[in-house]
Write a protein that binds this ligand. Sequence first.
Ligand SMILES: Cc1ncc(COP(=O)(O)O)c(C=O)c1O
Length: 445
Amino acid sequence: MPSATKSLMSRNQWSIETNTAGERSLLERDMAFSIQGNSNAPCVMSVRRAEGIWLEDSDGRRVADLYGNNAHHIGYRHPVLVAALHRQLDQLTLAPRGLTSETSIELGETLARMWGDPNAKVGLTPSGGDANDAAICVAKAATNRYKTISFYDSFHGRNAGTLSVGGGYNDRRMLGPVMPGTLKVPPPWRHGDEHLGLDEEDYARHSLNAMRTVFEYERDIAAVVAETIRNYAHVPPDWFWGEVRALCDEYGTLMVMDEIATGLGKTGQLFNHERFGFRPDVTTVGKALGGAAMPVAGMIINPDLDLPQESDIGYVTHEKNAMSARAALTTLQIMETAALADRSKSLGQIARVRLDEVASRHASVREVRSAGLMLTLDFRNPSFTRGQAEAFAEASFRACVEGGVLPVFPHAGSITFSMPLVISEEDLSDSIEVIDKSLAVAETH
Ligand SMILES: Cc1ncc(COP(=O)(O)O)c(C=O)c1O
């Protein structure tokens, strides 16, 4: 068993030591002006060019991007998207408030059709957090209630409203009181108390029971706000969402399902509710919707909801930005034509078999989790303290980057690979070899 106890140099120091003078200078200039947050700093590389699954830094060094912040399902600069955006740029960029364009209309119609209800309402926003914030407002207005139930250890964005429903301590600390009525229950996934030895079924049952208690004592809940499949490949048991749906129906509560990180095919289906066989009231999408080119997100709303006409919910300046709409529409067309959600499922199975083999060679891996092309190696091992698991995840992450593969930044003692849905089998295979070697490197620390 690797010790993983030696303290690693800081990520900043590592960046300085492993980058060339040119790269270092860019990273330092970035650091001088950027707000340095927990999850966005220090940057590990600059990007001069990107194409397909590849990022290239200022020295021309190429890295396979298995992170993309879940925004690169169709890869970078997909040629069909680039051509469509050029044409759009030559014609129309923004339809300002109170006006519309056929591009935005077609996007709304397409999202509604794909969601399974051609009459669904669609609201478009520049970011996922905005879409979630608006979706919470929709739920409040439609139910005339204000309380929400969401999960500890969840994330829904950095707006004041979404930070209030999000369940991460680090996201909310130092920001004072949250929005009133934002109630939290334990999530249905493992979240730090692995020493209890609970399995996923136990976690989900515990979560559901806690939710039932909140319903019984609070009653007038506007919405359950949750990720159908949590980032980092946390998939609840098949029965979970059906039971939540039944509870919501009993109490007149809406289900607002956030599919911003794990939706649009990443985990093997276009909308994750399809996998669990329930109907949400509102689904939010974002990130990959813009084809790794434009910032666009949206909410898709059950048309039967009683939305007050006089409210201004969901309106933002760039609601009908034609460049964003073109990016989203073309991305969805690319995904549909190439059946990328199915590809994610089948290629994900191949990747899973390979990663299981890797895990069998490394005692440091506690478990492999996966859903489509999102795959996680979890190092929260009984023989590691939490700090050791986190240090091991960081060491593996750095070894991967040095080996030419960029994973998702480490989270809670694990590393995740969010593979673009267009990755070739060869690149996938080569990447897994790098991952295998990287674990061996981390074990020498
Ligand atoms: C599940 C989930 N919801 C919402 C958001 C917020 O999206 P954005 O950063 O586009 O506001 C994120 C971003 O990471 C996310 O992972």
